[in-house]
Design a binder for this molecule. Sequence first.
Ligand code: UGA
Length: 437
Amino acid sequence: MKVAVVGTGYVGLVTAVGLAKLGNEVIGVDKDINKIDMLGKGKLPIYEPGLNELFLSVLEEGKLDFSTDIGAAVRNSDVIFICVGTPSLDDGTADLSQVEEVARTVSENLDGYKLIVEKSTVPVNTARWIKRTIELYNKGKRVDFDVASNPEFLREGKAVYDFFHPDRIVIGVDSKRAENMLLELYAPVNAKILVTDIPTAELIKHASNSFLAMKISFINMISDLCDKTGADVKMVADGMGLDSRIGRAFLDAGLGYGGSCFPKDTRALFRIGEGYHLDFELLKVVDRINLKRIEKFIDKLKDALWVLKDKVVAVWGLSFKPDTDDIREAPSIKIIKELLKEDAHLRLYDPKAMENMKRLFPPDERVEYVDDMYSAVDGAHALLVVAEWGEFKDADLSRVASLMKTPVVVDGRNIFEPGEMAKYGIFYCGMGRGKSV
Ligand code: UGA
């Protein structure tokens, strides 16, 4: 099939590369000329494990192309995926202006039947607006088209795997033609396929992300109680997770959720519920618990070090989670801001996200970026574990302890065990791991 993917962010790129690998002729389009230039030269603007190899292979096979000309891409395609951003407005509602702009462009370039698929996370009933916008700007030309919803469930850091091995593919359609086209497109992927109406598909995405965020805030609430009572949140989560009705996934307590999805999507769903005068307060509390994680984390550091002024604080992990260079809504950003307010000296290390972080916090006499995790702790008064990259889990702890000026480790992701850390003489403080050592 001939496919246009509008928007070359994380979702758009993985979708474009994945669909090209499935044998389709794909054109990735974006307004950002620099990005398109870079992609055209075979360079990816993001780090995502496994994506580069796949990207280069589909470029070589001639299955993937890039352009800034959205109109031409629409005219030359059978299916158009909308993968543009839907960022939060100040009040938490989703800003759909980019989606609307794509709908207008599609409308002006409809020259035969097209299937327009929304993949961006959007409020329920957005497809209806897309449809109406296409009709409105089409000035009565009777061109046939369908709008469908095919939400993405890709996790950053595991997006390539998730594309080819999804737990499910959700297809929201209101015509057999659209259903058949999407079923054909995904036929090579071995996954459960759920076909629904369009609003249901839209809501499955928002509800799934908000539910996962709720699980995280729930365990973080329990984690705070563990800190007060001496219980161990990891064991509590293991014990809960053994119940197949609950499941162990997304019960890792710590610094809470960041990234471009959960914070935005829980707020947006709250606003949607509120818009219908429904009590969605639950999601507000989920958000509130999440926002408080940083404060609690910094308190732990202060409990360990007392005064932070002029202390050298090493930070391991700047991305919002491991295996990505994405720092959107990363806990590290707020942590760095708080520590700078306290006049601490920061030694920052991340395997992939340092270049992105340097744009927010350029290196200066207080903010230092180092090339490896051991240089970060050399002479440091404390080490903060902020994202759980694999290499940190395998760290040589006796080397860490001997390099540090004062061996204090505050572990925001619970990658270490309190008993193990004590063996190296490290003053260790996890999140909800019982009383601090
Ligand atoms: C999330 C969803 O998992 C995807 O299914 C969805 O497609 C995507 O949002 C999206 O809407 O685009 P992502 O944000 O990439 O994916 O990352 P997750 O692995 O879900 O993690 C989100 C945040 O929750 C991270 O900050 C992570 O550190 C945190 N987290 C996760 C916890 O604090 N505890 C956990 O137990 C699990």
